[in-house]
Design a protein around this ligand. Structure first.
Ligand code: FES
Ligand code: FES
Length: 149
């Protein structure tokens, strides 16, 4: 099957198999920042943006991507680097496997939440799991990054 869509600002014609999910398609096209963990919509590792909002690419059918705007972390290097510095400052950098999906969610959250609180941040991030930690260092970094008083 084929369709035209936009990835990181570039129009592209995608070839894909019927029933293929977006995570697999993106990786096949070289967007290797997109990780797959659970493949069941439970861990958030595969998060990308669809028309500016975070989605789980392991459960999003590629066939639904006609004329949409897909964004991966490859297009958000500057913002991702800025957030990474907050993680480092709190000693929260670990194996990094969850980082691309987690960062895509954090960057979307920063755009969306106008008056963030610890509670609203926790709620927003509930779908992004990290197998390395208890989230304490990450939360310290996120709270500072989001400018929560
Ligand atoms: S790999 Fe998509 S949510 Fe886990
Ligand atoms: S930093 Fe290792 S899985 Fe999150």
């Amino acid at each position: 099957m084929q369709l035209e869509t936009t990835i990181n600002g570039n129009k592209i014609v995608l070839d894909f198999a019927g029933g293929e999910f977006l995570a697999e398609t993106l990786r096949r096209y070289g967007y290797l920042s997109v990780k797959e963990g659970c493949d069941t919509g439970s861990c958030g590792l595969c998060t990308v943006w669809l028309d500016g909002a975070p989605v789980l690419s392991c459960t999003t059918l590629t066939a639904r991507m006609e004329d949409h705007e897909i964004t991966t972390i490859e297009a958000l290097n500057v913002e991702a680097e800025e957030f990474a510095q907050f993680l480092v400052a709190e000693g929260a950098e670990q194996c990094g496997f969850c980082a691309p999906g987690f960062t895509m969610t954090v960057l979307a959250m920063r755009r969306e939440l106008k008056h963030p609180t610890v509670e609203s941040i926790n709620h927003y991030l509930a779908g992004n799991l990290c197998r390395c930690s208890g989230y304490k260092g990450q939360m310290r970094a996120i709270v500072k990054y989001m400018g929560v008083e």
